[in-house]
Design a protein around this ligand. Structure first.
Ligand SMILES: [Mg+2]
Length: 386
């Protein structure tokens, strides 16, 4: 049985297509940590920590990680603890990682993705099969409009809709009037055939402010309202007062959070990440709790490079509770970019071939491991010191 032999890390920075921000974010996306895991037979697997220092749970419940913090945690703690673990023994991997250091789910997820990749390559199986199977073969894409001007957003969504993307998420939580104007303008630009969702990233100060704002937007038809305020009890208060379903994101990191959300009837939808719970193995636990509770899910993330985004796609394919369109990039290296904008957040990417977009949905790769190889020359090109 092959075992984990070596774990190396490197920092990269991808060039962005445009600035992409949300409420609370103070750093640039795309400066992330890559992990290269080598097994005892010499096979290699890759993972990524799309760690952001500004991204955490409610009321200090979870903390931000940066690429440099994730790098330190992996080098100093996770890598020594994982040497010799059998490929495929994800239960043992997580037990060892959780025993050696508490928290740091992004660092743990990055190492675990690389282990899934290498295990799939060893067994000649795609990662979604290692997670239990392919519940869906196409992952509809939600394009995210960050905190940009209304005029810029109006232009971008028209093109995104013309490219066949069927759901658009609008970042709000900034200013009540601006947020309502933005939603009205975007509905006008895309017409009735595109679904709109809004994400406040806990930006409204009180449930009352969120309720008043959302009620004014609901005439433009919202598919869901994501994390309007901070706190499970407080989103529950909003959920009871509006017609649109509420999605928990910052309030929903792991399976225990999903239990609390279910118990308190705080949200009808949970946003699952590969990273918030600390990897794919634990993300499937979140999905299982949600499925048992009748909560539906999407897969959402932190605008990963293609390396981390492949993990998103395999989770979105494997988790039966994840039935909604997903806020994932359409990872596309520069050679395949022809001016399209739907799901494109970077001007280049770190994988050798683009994700295939068909009628607004990404085709789940079926090759071994993560299914698309990394581009070593691109990784070298975009590597940074710190
Ligand atoms: Mg969100």
């Amino acid at each position: 049985m092959p075992t984990i032999k070596a774990i190396e890390t490197m920092l990269v920075q991808l060039p962005t297509r445009r600035e992409h921000k949300w409420t609370g974010l103070t750093e640039s996306i795309g400066r992330y940590l890559l992990v290269r895991l080598t097994d005892s037979d010499g096979r290699v697997g890759w993972g990524e920590a799309p760690a952001l220092k500004d991204w955490g749970g409610e009321f200090g419940r979870y903390f931000g990680e940066s690429a440099s913090i994730a790098q330190l945690v992996i080098q100093k703690y996770l890598s020594p603890a994982l040497a010799g673990v059998e490929l495929g023994n994800f239960a043992e991997m997580h037990a060892r990682m959780d025993a050696v250091i508490r928290g740091y789910p992004y660092a743990k997820a990055a190492v675990e993705f690389a282990a899934y990749d290498v295990t799939g390559r060893w067994l000649d199986l795609p990662v979604h099969m290692l997670l239990g199977g392919r519940a869906r073969a196409l992952i509809p894409v939600t394009h995210s409009i960050g905190l940009i001007s209304i005029a810029e957003a109006e232009k971008e969504v028209a093109q995104v809709a013309a490219e066949g993307i069927k759901t658009i998420k609008i970042k709000i939580g900034v200013d009540v009037k601006r947020d309502i104007d933005m939603v009205r303008t975007i509905r006008g630009a895309v017409g009735e055939d595109v679904e709109l969702c809004v994400d406040a990233n806990e930006g409204y100060r009180t449930p009352g402010e969120a309720i008043t704002t959302v009620r004014a937007m609901e005439k433009y038809r919202l598919k869901y309202v994501e994390q309007p305020v901070m706190g499970i009890e407080r989103i529950a208060e909003v959920a009871r007062a509006i017609d649109s379903p509420v999605m928990a994101d910052e309030s929903a990191w792991n399976a225990h959070d999903a239990v609390q959300i279910s118990e308190r009837r705080a949200a009808q939808i949970v946003s699952i990440y590969t990273t918030k719970p600390g990897g794919l193995y634990k993300a499937m636990e979140v999905a299982a709790v949600c499925r048992a509770a009748g909560i539906i899910c999407n897969v959402n993330g932190s605008v990963e490079t293609g390396v981390g985004n492949l993990a998103n796609i395999h989770l979105a394919a494997a988790a039966p509770a994840a039935t909604l369109s997903c806020v994932v990039p359409v990872s596309t290296p520069a050679e395949w970019q022809k001016g399209q904008v739907g799901g494109i957040y970077y001007r280049d990417d770190l994988i050798v071939a683009p994700m295939k977009l068909v009628d607004g949905a990404i085709e789940v790769p079926t090759g071994p491991g993560m299914g698309i190889d990394v581009d070593l020359a691109k990784i070298e090109k975009y590597q940074v010191r710190d």
